[in-house]
Design a protein around this ligand. Structure first.
Ligand SMILES: [Zn+2]
Ligand SMILES: [Zn+2]
Length: 668
């Protein structure tokens, strides 16, 4: 009975499939008469894929990799979210997708001033030992040096006494002379990492014991200054600042806020100070949108008054350590800035994965959160995919910015990266960042690595990003963005656009329009089945900048370390369709270059692929293959296996079922 039932079901299924084939075949008068059975399958079916409506959606210029509070003092103008939003607004950028470092959201590492065992140099600098309880790996994230400086002609003196810093200055003149200590890392550089440079949304609380060891009065003062992130107001950029004036007991407390600086006068009545930096910074415009960037201890004297300050037990510790709360707080500030600037803002992060950095792009409601740990790239990619997201493999040659390497060394790096990424299939990443120049490797080699991965069976969607960590926002790199085709700029719509690789990338200061490809009904990002002869490639470059050149690149699928070009950067006229060879697996894409030879923008690809109907890899096409595809009808990939998606569009539909049936009919 069971066998009969199965057999009957199978017959019904086959009949249904063949009906579909006949219906489709009836509408295909253009199928070549001389084609073989197998090529007729491909030739007929490539006419049916595609959704012309998708090409009508707008294109959103999107910065997919940008740091705000995790700028780790890497730029000379370490910027707030507002600073980058003002730049984006001025540059005409549509979307900022924040990708701060994962550890930024986990503020569990305290920030002490470890004066126990510190030593004073002959220039009055202070070298601090590594704070106890903090792993040596994070030493450069901590205060390791106090850099002394004096303005005016005052005579400074300093002493350390069992964990207490004692600073003194006396100046006879009528103008203030000052003596300051600026916090640096143990290598005397601005402090990087994510511990000193921590976001104010983590509610860092300042606590210390302090004493004014002078007579007070108008001719001496002492203060602690926190330099915050850069903001832009009326086109002018400057850092915001918190100034804590430590006044003798009995003086009135006061808080004065300008548009850029909050000055808090704190009478030292008990000797102990505790302040929420966030609460004080809220008096500034977008004051919660800040990270600590600088720390200075300062005293000043005039008219021969003694200025003297003693501090000990200095600590900055965050009250809000929950990554989910900090992540949510960043989104709230992004929404506020979106309303103020018109620049759409989404929140993600950049994940450390050992030698690699991966950016997850997730749906708005995804549950995955940034955490402290490094996560191995394949594990992280799988976790992101499980939530329907995408991962980008960031700066594949490395994160630094050394000068360009000699060409032979760059070529060697392309091969070494290819050899690492291919066996791992790029750790499961979906997107690859392309830079004008990064880690000593130029644009040409970035594109070459991208193309070699594809020609070797690991196609990634190309993106360009700035990876900005603050300004000044003037270099060409600043302007590298990705345009995404989507019905609206919501996070989920842009994610879907990226998933289909409906994206191109380049410089928003040189171009802001549309670059798209269409081969028959298949649009850029899609797959066209191999067929005999040629197909007409329609190239959209709108507007075409004056004098600019469009170059066509077509590469054959060919495993190995070098590219096999079918068309090698040939200049084309995009106003006319181009006949291209569609008889070989590979891909086609275009590049836009300026009249003076500068790169402007780059399309993603249309892939040319052989149909492979043996979906169960049984070394032959039979009715089981047809049944497997038909059985997954209307499912997406996943849960349906990608092998069933014969005409790849991530959904098993009548086109796949029909194609499977045609293969079966042709090869039986
Ligand atoms: Zn990175
Ligand atoms: Zn980054």
């Amino acid at each position: 009975m069971m066998a009969r039932t199965t057999s009957l079901r199978r017959q019904i299924l086959i009949r249904a499939v063949l009906c579909a084939v006949l219906v489709l075949a009836g509408g295909m008068a253009g199928a070549p008469q001389t084609a073989t059975a197998a090529s007729r399958v491909a030739g007929a079916l490539h006419q049916t894929v595609g959704d012309p409506g998708r090409a009508l959606n707008p294109w959103y210029s999107t910065q997919l990799h940008v740091h705000s509070w995790s700028n780790h003092n890497a730029g000379s103008q370490p910027g707030s979210m507002q600073y980058h939003s003002a730049w984006a607004q001025a540059a005409g950028l549509d979307v900022l997708w924040w990708t701060d470092h994962n550890k930024l959201f986990v503020q569990e590492m305290d920030l002490p001033l470890n004066l126990q065992g510190a030593t004073i140099t002959n220039t009055l600098d202070i070298a601090l030992p590594h704070p106890p309880g903090i792993e040596p790996w994070y030493r450069a994230w901590q205060i390791g040096w106090l850099d002394a400086s004096v303005t005016g002609a005052g005579a400074p003196a300093v002493a350390l006494d069992n964990g207490m810093l004692h600073m003194e200055l006396r100046h006879a003149g009528s103008q203030f002379s000052s003596f300051s200590y600026r916090a640096l890392d143990y290598q005397q550089r601005r402090i990087g990492g994510q511990s000193f440079v921590r976001p104010l949304i983590s509610d860092p609380v300042l606590s210390l014991d302090a004493r004014r060891c002078d007579a007070g009065g108008a001719d001496a003062y002492a203060e602690i200054r926190f330099g915050l992130s850069w903001h832009t107001a009326n086109g002018v950029s400057a850092p915001q600042e918190l100034v804590y004036r430590l006044t003798p007991a009995g003086q009135p407390p006061a808080v004065v806020a300008s548009s850029r600086v909050v000055t808090v006068s704190l009478p030292l009545s008990t000797g102990h100070i505790q302040r929420s930096l966030l609460a004080d910074a809220r008096l500034l415009p977008d004051g919660d949108d800040n990270a600590i960037q600088e720390l200075t201890f300062k005293i000043a004297s005039r008219n021969n008054a003694a200025a003297c300050l003693e501090i000990s037990n200095f600590l900055v510790a965050s009250a809000q350590r929950d990554p989910a709360a900090n992540f949510a707080a960043q989104r709230v500030i992004g929404q506020r800035l979106e309303a103020a600037s018109g620049v759409v803002q989404h929140v993600g992060w950049e994940q450390n994965a050992g030698d690699w950095h991966l950016n997850p792009y997730l749906a708005r409601q995804a549950a995955l959160m940034p955490g402290w740990q490094d996560i191995a790239a394949p594990v992280f990619s799988a976790a992101v995919h499980a939530q329907g997201g995408l991962t980008a493999l960031n700066h594949p040659f490395g994160a630094d910015y050394p000068p360009l390497l000699p060409p032979a060394q760059q070529d060697a790096l392309v091969q070494s990266r290819l050899n690492r990424l291919l066996p791992a299939r790029a750790w499961g990443a979906d997107l690859l960042e392309i830079y004008l120049e990064r880690a000593g490797v130029d644009l040409e080699r970035h594109l070459k690595l991208w193309d070699l991965l594809a020609a070797n069976g690991v196609p990634l969607c190309g993106t360009a990003t700035s990876d900005q960590h603050g300004g000044p926002l003037t270099s060409p790199r600043t302007h590298m963005v990705t345009w995404i085709n989507a019905p609206d700029p919501s996070q989920d719509a842009l994610l879907a656009g990226l998933a289909g690789c409906r994206a191109f990338f380049g410089r928003i200061d040189l171009f802001d329009g549309v670059i798209d490809l269409r081969l028959g009904p298949v649009a850029m990002g899609g797959t066209h089945l191999v067929a005999p002869g040629t197909g007409l490639l329609h190239v959209t470059v709108d507007p075409l900048p004056p004098g600019a050149q469009v170059r066509l690149v077509q590469v054959a699928d060919q495993p190995g370390s070098q590219l096999t070009y079918i068309v090698d950067h040939a200049p084309i006229d995009p106003s006319q369709p181009i006949a291209i060879d569609i008889s070989r697996p590979g891909f086609v894409r275009v590049e836009l270059w300026s009249a003076d030879g500068n790169p402007i923008a780059f399309s993603n690809r249309i892939t040319l692929k052989n149909v492979s109907c043996d979906v169960n890899q049984s070394a032959g096409v039979d009715i089981v293959d047809v049944q497997l595809v038909a059985g997954a009808f209307n499912q997406t990939v996943p849960p349906a296996p990608a092998a069933y998606d014969l005409l790849p569009d991530n959904r098993i539909d009548v086109r796949d079922v029909t194609l499977a049936a045609q293969c079966w009919a042709a090869r039986r």
